[in-house]
Design a binder for this molecule. Structure first.
Ligand code: GLC
Length: 475
């Protein structure tokens, strides 16, 4: 057991020492955004190509909050909402929080291999996990703080995860919070929208120096970008108006990240996030410059039209929390999760579906069950997801469409009782139709009219959640 008061003393000294060290990409290098990273559209497409094909990733929120599991000092903090915010909810300072949470954070051997195995089984092509969430506890081994997994457990948890994910042939990414409720120089009064458990109260350690915290942020990003081999995604969280890009010296940070990891793909939350949870916010979801990130991140909702013209990824929870909450039983059904994946892909986006492991790193049974069910479906129907693009037509009443050159995939949610499936033709000639679940690709009878093709389908749906009919098409 680590003596957290020992940790506290070391940390404060650590910060003082750290300030003298030059930042990762010095501040004086900061230039205008326009010249941030020189890249042709073709080079960008090449860099983005694996991500655009992947379509489905696993998000993992895991930190000290996971062990608390939504319970504070023996009492439930409620059955809904993001419990990775529990420290803010109970308004605990970092020492009280660490004191309560640390005894419950006990990573078991092999937890990372279980995550990677589940992601693989589910058909995810990438995994993004919290290198550090708002609480400030780093899963990686950081020389700039003692508030990290290595100092606590003697293991580099981040390395365990990265290695396990790569060993399964999956891409790996870091979710990294720019907000930090632990660092003594995180100046939560410096902007209007900076959350902190003690917000509204004077800082217990006197006036804070935001520049020192930003150096720390850059140093830790450097550690993440240089100590764990090739990293595929950096998923920042988050900036708001008043604490957007310049507040974090974002251009400099992005430039340094790309210099260390030239192929990395980044979300846009280091600069500014619009009202991501509002369905109608498509214009706002598109309001960032390409050099400020590669994709935009609608959260917990699927924009009805997708986000046309840009790369986007919906992140979503399986119940109502990102970090584990033992009181949250509002699990979405496999049907909902799978149909949401199909809906997103039919609109041209990616799906980053969250699991919140417990304090020992084990994933809740409900999440395992759903992930495996999605995986079983993907094993049969993955061709209709991976490498596909948005439907060329409006969603039909019976389900959704995805497309590939020469193919349309009809994902049928409501299997027609009439025995005939009508698929909008949109000027295409359909040359053959068959069930994706049919390895023999037996041609289904069909008839074309001006607008649609009518396909004779078997009486019973191959899959109660979504059955895929493949249409081979020519213009
Ligand atoms: C929000 C929340 C955070 C969660 C994230 C996932 O920004 O602050 O708790 O990690 O969304 O998208």
């Amino acid at each position: 057991m680590v003596n957290i008061f020992g940790v506290r003393v070391m940390l404060v000294l650590g910060v003082a020492a750290m300030c003298t060290v030059g930042a990762f990409g010095a501040a004086e290098n900061a230039q205008t955004t326009a010249s941030l990273v020189a890249e042709t559209p073709k080079a960008r497409d090449a860099r983005m190509s694996w991500w655009r094909e992947a379509r489905f990733g696993m998000f993992v929120h895991w930190g000290l909050y996971s062990g608390l599991a939504g319970t504070w000092k023996g009492e439930s903090t409620g059955d809904s909402g993001g419990k990775e915010w529990i420290q803010n909810q109970v308004k605990a300072d970092t020492w009280e929080y660490a004191h309560e949470a640390i005894p419950h954070f006990r990573p078991k051997e092999g937890f990372a291999r279980e995550w990677a195995q589940l992601a693989k089984e589910a058909g995810c092509r990438y995994l993004v996990f919290t290198s550090k969430h708002h609480e400030g506890f780093a899963l990686f081994d950081s020389q700039y703080t003692d508030y990290d997994g290595a100092d606590l457990t003697g293991r580099d948890l981040c390395k365990e995860i990265v290695d396990a994910v790569k060993a399964k042939g999956l891409r790996v990414g870091f979710y990294h919070s720019v907000i930090d409720w632990h660092h003594p120089q995180y100046d939560y009064e410096a902007a209007n929208q900076l959350p902190h458990p003690l917000r509204g109260q004077p800082s217990p350690n006197g006036p804070r120096n935001h520049a020192i915290y930003v150096d720390y942020l850059h140093h830790q990003a450097n550690e993440l970008m240089t100590n764990y081999g090739p990293i595929d995604i950096i998923w920042w969280d988050y900036s708001k108006e008043g604490n957007d890009g310049p507040f974090w010296r974002a251009d400099e940070l992005m430039r340094a990240v790309r210099a260390a990891q030239p192929a990395i793909i980044s979300n846009n939350r280091l600069y500014h996030i619009p009202d991501i949870e509002k369905e109608d916010s498509v214009a706002r979801l598109k309001s960032w410059k390409p050099e400020q990130g590669d994709f935009t991140t609608p959260e917990q909702t699927v924009p009805s039209t997708g986000v046309p013209g840009v790369d986007w990824e919906v992140c979503m929870t399986m119940n109502t929390t990102w970090g584990y909450n033992e009181h949250d039983h509002a699990w979405k059904s496999t049907e909902t999760l799978l149909r949401t994946l199909i809906d997103i892909v039919s609109k041209g986006g990616n799906y980053l579906l969250n699991v919140g492991p417990k304090g020992d790193g084990s994933i809740p049974e409900e999440s395992i069950t759903s992930m495996r069910a999605i995986g079983a479906w993907m094993a049969v129907n993955g061709d209709a997801i991976y490498g596909t693009t948005a439907s060329p037509v409006e969603p039909p009443a019976w389900g959704r469409l995805t497309a590939k050159p020469g193919k349309l995939y009809a994902h049928v949610f409501d299997w027609p009782q009439s025995g005939v499936l009508e698929v909008p033709r949109d000027g295409r000639t359909v040359t053959k139709a068959y069930l994706l679940a049919d390895a023999g690709k037996t041609a289904l009878q069909m008839e074309s009219s001006a607008d649609a093709v009518s396909i004779r389908i078997p009486a019973a749906a191959p899959d109660p959640i979504a059955s895929v009919v493949v249409l081979e098409v020519a213009r």
